[in-house]
Design a protein around this ligand. Structure first.
Ligand SMILES: Nc1ncnc2c1ncn2[C@@H]1O[C@H](COP(=O)(O)OP(=O)(O)OP(=O)(O)O)[C@@H](O)[C@H]1O
Length: 253
């Protein structure tokens, strides 16, 4: 899949959240989307998944300009984890993934469902019969990730997929995403830069509604093995807060 974004701009009322965002990316690339809180990462993902419409600009997939509503055939090629809390919690993990498989008209998804759940949930056998409403935050997150991968999407969009995952679960998800990477164009955000370093081939850094950097990881590090966090701090100016008197909190009792 080849995705081209042409001068995407998104405003909310008087506030411009993204301005003139343009890039071209293709299969096998994993784009780490970085920026401070409120920079516009989720807004960007919502534009990519047709949850929000841009005020200006367009999204072109394999040469076809997406209109206001993406064609169903294109949506079938996408998998996205963008908004929290969309699982149907009355169902078990398996029933939920069967429901997702029916939406994508996947025949015989049972083997895929069983192997994904067994990979992502180490104690799957003990929670098999349980409803998702009884799952912990991290367990629900793993089921949500499984639901994005079940139909082998060509465009994979993951907004903070590591939220709520313990170190073991994060490792399982990392290894799964790394193996899947050649099959798709992936956009992923995480405030855990270690995870981005392990996955991303490219970086898209958004700040003050503009693209501050778009390129390969190597270009970002100028060929050096610099720490991604340090490099990011150098690129983005720290927010300037007025100094506050917090001695009421920090002074000895
Ligand atoms: N529906 C909306 N209506 C108005 N403003 C919005 C809306 N959605 C997002 N915003 C604003 O757009 C800006 C970007 O928000 P967004 O959620 O995209 O940031 P983010 O980079 O994902 O942040 P975080 O790292 O905290 O998740 C913020 O200032 C936010 O308040």
């Amino acid at each position: 899949m080849e995705l081209t974004l042409q001068n995407l701009t998104k405003t909310f009322g008087p506030k411009t959240v993204l301005r003139d965002l343009s890039l071209t990316a293709g299969s096998g690339m994993c784009v780490g989307v970085l920026g401070r809180n409120g920079a516009g990462k989720s807004t960007f993902f919502n534009l990519l998944t047709n949850v929000l419409l841009p005020n200006q600009g367009q999204i072109v997939i394999d040469g076809e300009a997406m209109g206001e509503t993406f064609p169903v055939a294109v949506k079938r090629r996408m998998g996205a984890l963008v908004n929290q809390g969309y699982l149907v919690e009355e169902l078990t993990a398996e029933e939920y993934l069967q429901f997702v498989a029916r939406i994508y008209e996947l025949p015989d998804a049972q083997a895929r469902i069983a192997s994904l759940l067994a990979h992502l949930l180490e104690d799957y056998d003990t929670v098999r019969g349980k409803r998702l409403s009884t799952f912990s935050t991290g367990m629900k997150q793993r089921v949500a990730i499984a639901s994005c991968l079940l139909h082998r999407p060509e465009l994979l969009i993951l907004d903070e997929p590591f939220n709520g995952l313990d170190v073991f679960a994060a490792d399982r998800v990392l290894s799964l995403l790394r193996s899947y990477q050649p099959q798709a164009l992936t956009f992923i955000s995480s405030h855990n830069l270690g995870h981005i370093e392990q996955l991303a081939t490219h970086l898209l850094i958004i700040d003050e509604s503009e693209v501050k950097f778009w390129g390969t990881m190597d270009e970002f590090a100028h060929g050096e093995r610099a720490d991604l966090g340090d490099a990011l701090l150098q690129l983005l100016h720290p927010a300037t807060n007025q100094a506050q008197d917090l001695t009421w909190l920090t002074s000895q009792r």
